[in-house]
Design a protein around this ligand. Structure first.
Ligand code: UD1
Length: 366
C-alpha cells in the first residue's frame, strides 16, 4: 500500500528541534511518510544548516529560500511558494510548528487548498498582539484541523476561543522529545572546554525580541541591566543575527563588545547551546523555547518579557518573568546564584514521547 505523505513545514531556527522528533516518528510508520519542506526563513549556516546536522535531519528535498523581508513580504513569499508545492505534491496533511511566519503561511496555503492542517504547539497565548508570533498563533489555530497542545493553558485557551474539544489533543512537548533524545550527545559537547568555562560559573544570555533590541533606548537600558548582572556573574551571549544588526545600527556594538564579563559569541548549534544552558547557573532570555528547555533542565530562567505564552513554566518550572525591571532582575539573579539547581517535577507529557502520541493520533485520523 502506498504511504500517505505528511508534509512537515519548517523555516526558522525554533522550528527545527520541533520537526525532528515527528520526522523520526513518521519514518517508523507503516501508513504515513514524512516529507520535509524548508521555507528558508532562516538561511545562515548557524541559524539553519547546523541544526539539520546536529539533529540528524536529512537535507530537505523541497526548499523555498524566501530569506528575510518585512513580515508581509516574507509571509506572502512563503504563501505563494508553498501553494505551488502543495498543488504538485498533494500531501494528505500539512504539519506546522510553533509561531513563526512560516507557520502561519503554511497553514493558510494548505487550508485554502482544503488540505488538513495539524498545528504542533497549538493554543499558547501571551495575550500580547504587539508580538508578531501571537498573531501567527491565533490565526494558525483558527485554520488548523488538529491542534496538538503542550500544556494545560493551551487546552483552556482553545476552548475559550470556541475550538471544539474533538480537535484538541494535549500530547506534550515535542521540543522536550528532542532534548531527551540528544541528552547523551549534549553531555559530551566540548563547548565549555572550547570557551574555557567552568560549570555553574556563568550565565547564558539570549536576546532578539523587537521590544528589547529594536530601539536605541531599549538597547541602552539593556546595557545598564547587563552591567549590573555581569558584576555578579559573567554572561555568555550567543548573538542572534537580528540583534547584531540592530545593535550595530544603533551604534552600540562597541559598548556590548567591550562590556567586561559579557562574552558575545556567534549563534551556537543545538547540542552546544543545550550544553551551555544545562551547565549555566542561570539563563537570561526573551526567547519562547528556552523558557521550556531551561525548565526541563532545572536551570533558573529569567525571562525579559512582560508576559509569557508558556505559563506552565512559571507555575511548575524554573521560569520567572522579570521584564526589563533592573531591580527585579538583580533580585532574581541573586536568588539564582544563592541556590542549587532547582529539582523540578517533570511536567505532564514532557517526557520524550510527545511525537509518538501525535503519530498515534495521525494514524487514526488519516
Ligand atoms: C524569528 C521568529 C521568532 C523566533 C526567531 C528565532 C517570526 C515572526 N519570528 O524571528 O518567533 O523566535 O525567529 O530565531 O517568524 N537573519 C539573518 N540570518 C538568518 C535569519 C535571519 O541574518 O538566517 C536576520 C534577517 O536578515 C533579519 C533578522 O535576522 O534582519 C530577522 O529574521 P526573521 O526570520 O525575520 O525573524 P527573527 O527575528 O529571526
Amino acid at each position: 500500500m502506498k504511504k500517505l505523505s505528511v508534509m512537515l513545514v519548517a523555516g526558522a531556527r525554533p522550528n527545527f528541534m520541533k520537526v525532528a522528533p515527528l520526522w523520526r516518528a513518521l519514518r517508523s510508520s507503516h501508513r504515513l511518510r514524512p516529507v520535509m519542506v524548508h521555507t528558508g526563513q532562516h538561511y545562515d549556516f548557524l541559524m539553519s544548516d547546523v541544526f539539520f546536522r546536529d539533529l540528524g535531519l536529512p537535507k530537505p528535498k523541497l526548499c523555498l529560500e524566501v530569506g528575510s523581508g518585512t513580515h508581509a513580504a516574507q509571509t506572502s513569499k512563503i504563501l505563494s511558494g508553498l501553494e505551488k508545492i502543495f498543488l504538485k505534491e498533494k500531501p494528505a496533511l500539512v504539519c506546522v510548528f510553533g509561531d513563526v511566519n512560516s507557520t502561519l503561511a503554511a497553514a493558510l496555503a494548505a487550508a485554502k487548498l482544503r488540505i488538513p492542517v495539524a498545528h504542533i504547539e497549538a493554543g499558547l497565548r501571551s495575550g500580547d498582539r504587539s508580538m508578531p508570533e501571537e498573531i501567527n498563533r491565533v490565526l494558525t489555530d483558527r485554520l488548523a484541523d488538529l491542534l496538538f497542545v503542550t500544556e494545560p493553558s493551551g487546552v483552556r485557551n482553545l476552548k475559550k476561543e470556541g475550538v471544539p474539544s474533538s480537535k484538541i489533543f494535549h500530547v506534550g512537548n515535542v521540543m522536550i522529545d528532542t532534548l531527551f533524545y540528544h541528552l547523551t550527545r549534549i553531555r559530551r559537547s566540548p563547548i565549555l572546554r572550547k570557551l574555557c568555562l567552568k560549570p555553574r560559573a556563568y550565565g547564558v544570555l539570549t536576546l532578539h525580541r523587537p521590544s528589547n533590541v529594536d530601539s536605541r533606548a531599549s538597547l541602552r537600558h539593556i546595557l545598564r541591566i547587563l552591567k549590573a548582572v555581569t558584576s555578579r556573574i559573567p554572561l555568555v551571549y550567543p548573538i542572534h543575527p537580528r540583534s547584531y544588526k540592530k545593535i550595530t545600527a544603533a551604534g552600540l556594538w562597541r559598548d556590548f563588545k567591550d562590556l567586561p564579563d559579557l562574552r558575545v559569541i556567534d549563534p551556537l548549534g543545538y547540542t552546544d547551546f543545550m550544553k551551555l544552558t544545562a551547565e549555566a547557573v542561570l539563563v537570561l532570555t526573551d526567547s519562547g523555547g528556552i523558557q521550556e528547555e531551561s525548565t526541563s533542565l532545572g536551570v533558573p530562567c529569567l525571562t525579559m518579557r512582560e508576559n509569557t505564552e508558556r505559563p506552565v513554566t512559571l507555575e511548575e518550572g524554573t521560569n520567572r518573568l522579570v521584564g526589563t525591571d533592573l531591580k527585579k532582575i538583580i533580585t532574581a539573579t541573586d536568588r539564582a546564584l544563592s541556590k542549587d539547581h532547582v529539582k523540578i517535577r517533570s511536567l505532564r507529557f514532557w517526557d520524550g514521547n510527545a511525537s509518538r502520541r501525535i503519530l498515534k493520533i495521525l494514524e487514526k485520523k488519516l
